[in-house]
Ligand binder design. Structure first.
Ligand code: ADP
Ligand code: GLC
Length: 477
């Protein structure tokens, strides 16, 4: 049995801004089911939805600050969660990284550096918790300083760093980091320095014993200039320590047979009941109730990564076809505005829900026929897997984890029953539009459509296989 300290800045259902939270909520649970002793450490934000009892454990004095460690448990798995409690940094409105207006908190470097220092104290068993991990598993830039600081310790646990998204690197100017008091030997171009800036993510990429990312394909892509965000050289240098492990999904949370947020439960054998969710979705979005018209859905952060501009560019032509489109998301203000404008022009065909709404996300997965995910890059992507499980066929671009999880509808994949969605190559509006036409055409062939739905719903995206791969990795350290 391995003792694993899982360091993350968000975990569903306590707090979530994106897929990192889904993974942090479900991978530790899957590891616990494999009889591992895994504990999560994360900041104690004001907006955490605490469900279980919280108790005070201790106070640590770090960098002249008194920081409390609290303990609770994950609601649906009993995995222990240690909360790093420092009110001045974490008790504020907004989300973990940005204020109500979407601007990064100006002291993010201080906030996450303190979080990392506390994680190191816990990892080194200096926090009076009588527990020392074998492996410290860090996730994304917010935890990047942990492997760097640990590298200076003797008798330290091994470290793993998972890249969920290389585009977010935690870069800070030299002035903003003066107060951090980082050990001088970490500050050089082979260390934490990135063109005179402090790079939190380099702390993971340079110093972790092993690096993972969330799909095999993205592990290859990030070693190239097109996807490496300036870090491709370092990643090529470390390629023997870099591995891609595909994310799983929590099949209890994303299961149309028991999902409490949808209008009517259904499964592979009761696919016709999916229809009730479509009607409910059309009602909720104020679109004409029509079971024949293909309904497209999208849920996500409205940022360039997700190819939102490609959708906006082809929407007028797309909406001239017989289809409907619903979208739930928030992000870039310009994208939000342009999507709202289009929804006003086509009120019978398109509707937008701005914001973050977990139950509505479930209803869209259940009610839509087709899910749009034309990402420019996608480390793994979860929604295309949720969609397949809900018999909602995804349209994805051939990139990252999307390529690893969706099988394009082609004559041979239809025949051998492996087709699960629609894949296109070029990141431009006309390729997307062609693929939407292809999907709509197949939709009119009910027999072929239900056959692909059934392939998609039958796929195994559970965590077990991936959790076993993580475990093998921990054991190799
Ligand atoms: P990323 O982590 O890049 O945002 P993923 O596909 O890995 O992309 O995960 C996104 C997760 O966040 C999914 O669980 C998705 O349903 C959820 N999500 C994104 N935007 C919203 C929203 N506006 N409302 C509800 N859930 C959302
Ligand atoms: C990131 C990526 C997404 C991935 C998620 C969880 O936010 O953008 O592709 O699925 O992390 O690993």
């Amino acid at each position: 049995m391995k003792k694993i300290l899982f360091v993350t800045s968000e975990a569903h259902p306590l707090i979530k801004t994106g897929g990192l939270a889904d993974v942090s909520g479900s991978l530790p649970k899957a590891l616990a089911e494999l009889s591992q002793d895994v504990r999560i450490i994360m900041p104690n934000y004001q907006t955490i939805k605490m469900q279980n009892e919280v108790r005070y454990l201790c106070t640590l004095r770090v960098e002249n600050r008194d920081v409390n460690i609290l303990e609770t448990r994950m609601p649906d798995s009993n995995v222990i969660v240690w909360l790093v409690d420092f009110a001045e940094y974490f008790i504020r409105p907004g989300n973990p990284y940005v204020d109500e207006h979407g601007n990064s908190w100006p002291d993010n470097a201080d906030r996450f550096a303190l979080f990392c220092r506390i994680a190191v104290e816990v990892a080194m068993n200096r926090a009076y918790l009588q527990w020392m991990p074998d492996v410290v598993h860090c996730n994304d830039w917010q935890s990047g300083l942990v492997p760097a600081l640990l590298s200076l310790e003797s008798n330290r646990p091994s470290s793993v760093f998972t890249i969920h998204n290389l585009a977010y690197q935690g870069l800070f100017t030299a002035e903003s980091i003066r107060g951090l008091n980082l050990p001088g030997q970490l500050w050089n171009p082979e260390g934490l320095e990135f063109y005179n800036m402090l790079s939190f993510i380099k702390g993971g990429l340079v110093y972790a014993d092993k690096i993972t990312t969330v799909s095999p394909n993205y592990a290859l892509e990030i070693q190239t200039a097109a996807y490496g965000c300036g870090l491709e050289g370092l990643l090529r240098f470390r390629k023997d320590s870099l591995i891609g492990i595909l994310n799983g999904i929590d099949q209890d949370v994303w299961n149309p047979a028991i999902d409490p947020s949808i209008a009517k439960h259904y499964g592979q054998k009761t696919l016709k009941d999916k229809q009730h969710n479509k009607s409910e979705l059309q009602r909720r979005f104020g679109l004409p109730e029509d079971d024949k018209v293909p309904l497209l859905g999208l849920i996500g952060r409205l940022v360039e990564q997700k190819g939102i501009d490609l959708i906006i560019d082809c929407l007028p032509e797309m909406l001239s076809m017989s289809l409907q489109f619903v979208l739930l998301g928030s992000g870039d203000k310009d994208f939000e505005q342009r999507l709202q404008n289009l929804a006003h022009v086509y009120p019978d065909k398109m509707a937008v829900a701005q914001g973050y709404d977990e139950p509505l996300a479930h209803l869209i997965e259940a009610g839509a026929d087709i899910f749009l995910m034309p990402s420019r890059f996608e480390p793994c992507g979860l929604n295309q897997m949720y969609s397949q499980r809900y018999g909602t066929l995804p349209i994805v671009r051939n990139t990252g984890g999307l390529s690893d999880t969706v099988v394009d509808v082609l004559p041979e994949t239809l025949a051998n029953r492996t087709a699960t969605g629609f894949v296109f190559n070029d990141a431009n509006a006309s390729s997307l539009l062609e693929t939407v036409k292809r999907a709509v055409m197949l939709y009119s062939d009910r027999k072929a459509w239900t056959s692909v739905q059934s392939n998609a719903m039958g796929k195994d995206f559970s965590w077990l296989k991936s959790a076993e791969q993580y475990l093998a990795l921990y054991e190799s350290l």
